[in-house]
Design a protein around this ligand. Structure first.
Ligand code: PNS
Length: 170
């Protein structure tokens, strides 16, 4: 029995860019599971549009943000291309952890977890509730505010706020 326990999970996402909402989910997963890998998807995310930041930029921002949160040494960040379940199998992870903010997330996540379970029944999907103060936070809201020159330091760590300022100053 013990050998079947999930000891390694992936937190997947586009992270375009990482927000305090993501970091809250990552910290919760880090408390729950012995090994946590953040998987940064090379592809375009759920809305099918291109990303504002390159894959390398998104990975680097996440690594710096995790260092800032003090868990950079314990959580690995890896880019992945293709299917999430293939990535999980490749690195030996048997769980996927995601955050749920509101009912609007639920339908999409239900579909994704059903599909992933069909593709890889041995990989469990686990959902954690976002902290209420981050229930409204999304990367797209952060990008929109930053594009209008708003200070987004209440939504993202300092390194990400600086990257956003540079990005939209161009
Ligand atoms: O941060 P996002 O945009 O909500 O993340 C979505 C993500 C990357 C988790 C999702 O699009 C994903 O798992 N992409 C990898 C491709 C895949 O496995 N898709 C599910 C089966 S179609």
């Amino acid at each position: 029995m013990g050998a079947n326990k999930i000891d390694h999970v992936v937190i997947p996402g586009t992270f375009d860019p990482v927000t305090y909402g993501h970091l809250d989910v990552i910290e919760r997963a880090w408390r729950l599971f012995p090994k946590v890998t953040v998987g940064v998807a090379a592809s375009r995310g759920k809305r099918g549009v291109g990303t504002a930041f390159t894959l390398d930029e998104r990975v680097a921002m996440l690594r710096d943000a995790l260092d800032y949160e003090g868990i950079g040494d314990e959580v690995e960040v890896l880019p992945f291309e293709g299917l999430l379940v293939d990535f999980c199998r490749e690195i030996g992870a048997r769980g996927v952890v995601k955050g749920l903010r509101a009912m609007t997330d639920f339908e999409y996540e239900l579909q994704q977890s059903a599909l992933n379970t069909r593709l890889a029944p041995e990989i469990e999907s686990v959902y954690v509730m976002s902290a209420s103060e981050y229930g409204f936070v999304s990367s797209s809201i952060v990008r929109e505010l930053a594009s209008f020159g708003s200070d987004v330091r209440f939504l993202v760590p300092p390194n990400v706020a600086a990257e956003l300022r540079d990005h939209y100053a161009k």
